[in-house]
Ligand binder design. Sequence first.
Ligand code: DX5
Ligand code: ZN
Length: 247
Amino acid sequence: MQSKALFDQLRQKTPLVSVGVLSADLMSLGSDLELLERAGVELLHFDIMDGCFCPMMTVGPGFVKAVKTPLLKDVHLMIDEPLDKLEGYVAAGADMITVHVESCRHTHRVLQELGDATNANDSARGILRGVALNPGTPLETVLPLIDEVEMVFLLAVNPGWGGQKFIASTQRRRKQLKAMIAESGREILTGVDGGITRENIADVAAMGADIIVTGSAVFRGNTPLENARFMISAADDAAKGLGANKT
Ligand code: DX5
Ligand code: ZN
């Protein structure tokens, strides 16, 4: 696995908070990114929407490339048929690329392509490959792909917007997913994306999520430093079994 070094690097630091820039104030993004770095954030989450896979249209590879940051770029592709668009995101410096199983005919081929891709930031690093599942997609969809991924994300909202309410069934699905991964014998990071706030991040971390994506809750009140610090420490404490019952 080309991305073993990056995988091991992240694995040692879980739970990791990946901050979604979809809800950021673009007029102060540069200074906000420095605040996130100071808060200890390591992953920056880019929600790429094409207006087809989901109603919203957001940004493309040009934006991912233009964001100058030492944070790792966690690119979430909510686009139809990503196969011939991967190269653009690889060239833009993505460190992690996640595609939706619902978005492509040939998900296995997409993942194989990503497995051969070289990380534009550091050729020794490789690119972490992820698949994401919408709330209504059966978990078993991942099984045929399990040898070709390093991450599996569960959407806790129906994709398209930030600031939506966390879908409670995600908890149960994450438990089932963890069991499925354990049975496969593979080492795979699990992520939860959408609707994660100050109020529920401890529960999400306590259920064992390795990567926790949160956007609007970090930029709320225009205090990204304090919010990010809160999210990171709440997730760490919960993962250590403090503050919530470990499942
Ligand atoms: C939803 C996106 C999420 C979303 C997260 O389609 O994939 O990443 O932007 O934002 P919040 O944390 O505000 O739900
Ligand atoms: Zn996302």
